[in-house]
Design a protein around this ligand. Structure first.
Ligand code: ADP
Ligand code: MG
Length: 248
């Protein structure tokens, strides 16, 4: 392996975060390799969303270091905007612009932040919509789409920035059950194409199928991590055993 292959795409060292008296991230060390798919699981309130938001610098951390592709997270300004582009984020709520078409939603940020040409941005947006299976919705507005279609549009929008890593924070939690599969399918194909992904989810079937590694968090700590078969079949900690008993 060359030196660049060995460099993690995302690296956290000694990361600490408080909200007032609440210690939500406790000395987190985590490396995610390029092309790796890490699924983060754990009870509600364990710090999973804060972890994701810190990697995108939607939250500041109190101590420690976070690097993306070797670079420390910038504090602000143009460098921060560039980082946000490199770290795609998909939330539980889709956060699409309601008054714009789906095509606009996917092509706006490349135009503004990446300085893409309009025709190029729209052509690529169409390709991305095709890839997530909603090319026929390009000229619709978000409210005209189902939840699953909106979330697929949100994934296309993040991909339009050519991210180095994609963060997903419970992307299917707000969806009706019949729409969960179509979003997980898009995520599974992204994973197969080699996207580096950090996925917070309660979809344990997806974790088993798509994860290279499962990271279990509880009370702000990474309690254990293992390949999915090992984690699900023989969790080591009592906390993970209790958690799995409650969700499986
Ligand atoms: P998870 O995603 O695992 O459910 P979160 O990262 O959302 O956990 O939250 C971790 C803890 O931090 C929870 O106790 C939550 O209530 C608290 N928390 C999250 N965001 C804030 C905030 N902006 N202000 C205060 N407390 C927060
Ligand atoms: Mg959360």
């Amino acid at each position: 392996m060359s030196a660049t292959d060995a460099q993690p795409m995302v690296s956290l060292r000694g990361v600490d975060k408080h909200f007032g008296d609440l210690h939500v991230l406790r000395d987190i060390d985590l490396d995610v390799a390029a092309r790796e798919v890490v699924v983060v699981v754990g009870p509600s309130g364990s710090g999973k969303s804060t972890l994701c938001r810190s990697i995108n610098r939607l939250e500041t951390i109190d101590a420690g270091e976070i690097r993306v592709d070797g670079e420390l997270l910038p504090e602000e300004g143009a460098a921060l905007a560039r980082l946000r582009a490199e770290v795609g984020m998909v939330f539980q709520s889709f956060n699409l612009f309601a008054h714009r078409t789906i095509l606009d939603n996917v092509s706006l940020a490349p135009l503004k932040v990446r300085g893409a040409k309009k025709a190029d941005a729209r052509r690529e947006a169409m390709q991305l919509l095709d890839r997530v299976g909603i090319a026929d919705k390009a000229n619709s507005h978000p409210a005209q789409l189902s939840g699953g279609q909106q979330q697929r549009a949100a994934i296309a929008r993040a991909l339009a920035m050519h991210p180095k890593v994609m963060l997903f924070d419970e992307p299917t939690s707000a969806l009706d059950p019949e729409m969960v599969g179509e979003v997980l399918d898009v995520m599974t194909s992204l994973a197969k194409e080699g996207m580096t992904m950090i996925v917070v989810t309660h979809e344990m079937g997806f974790a088993r199928r798509a994860a290279d590694r499962v990271v279990f968090m509880d009370r702000g700590q990474i309690v254990e991590q293992a390949p999915p078969a090992e984690f699900f079949d023989s969790p080591r900690s009592e906390r993970a055993q209790t958690f799995l008993a409650s969700v499986l």
